[in-house]
Design a protein around this ligand. Structure first.
Ligand SMILES: [Fe+2]
Length: 162
């Protein structure tokens, strides 16, 4: 399964929810760009891009079930949904495990391990900051505390004119 096929399936899965579609397209494009700028190997880049596309897969369910998209609910509900999403794919069990694990941790910033996890969190932050109009202080604080890749710091500075 290619990244494009994952994208096509996720677009279909989103059933016309343009808000969610715009968000994951944005996160995926930042993640892809940062991953390539950081020189990730092919496999890690693939896992990162797949995780970026499906990272908010649980949002519609969480809105319905809990009335909000609180990060902890998303992490809990997201993992089995990712497994179901890739159940009929040709991805290996190891690949699905890693993507599901990333989705199940993408709102947890204090135990980031692995460059795919790091970049997913960074890409999601840039997208959220632009969509929700985070102020300069919030962005600078996140940059200082959680951004580790040089590429992400450069992109964030460029996007927000810092
Ligand atoms: Fe997100």
């Amino acid at each position: 399964m290619t990244v494009a096929q994952i994208m096509e399936n996720m677009l279909a899965f989103s059933e016309g929810n343009i808000h969610d579609i715009d968000h994951f397209l944005r996160v995926w494009s930042y993640a892809k760009t940062i991953g390539e700028l950081e020189g990730l190997d092919r496999e890690t880049q693939f896992i990162l891009e797949a995780a970026a596309i499906v990272h908010d897969i649980a949002c519609p369910l969480c809105r319905e079930k809990y009335g909000n998209t609180n990060g902890k609910y998303q992490e809990r509900e997201g993992e089995p949904m990712v497994r179901a999403f890739f159940a009929d794919s040709d991805l290996s069990a190891e690949q699905i495990d890693r993507i599901a694990w990333l989705v199940a941790h993408h709102h947890t910033f204090n135990e980031i391990e692995g460059i795919d996890y790091q970049i997913l969190v960074e890409a999601d932050y840039i997208a959220n900051a632009s969509e929700n109009g985070y102020d300069r202080k919030n962005i600078e604080n996140f940059m200082a505390r959680f951004m580790k890749t040089d590429s992400d710091v450069r992109l964030t500075k460029a996007v927000f004119c810092l």
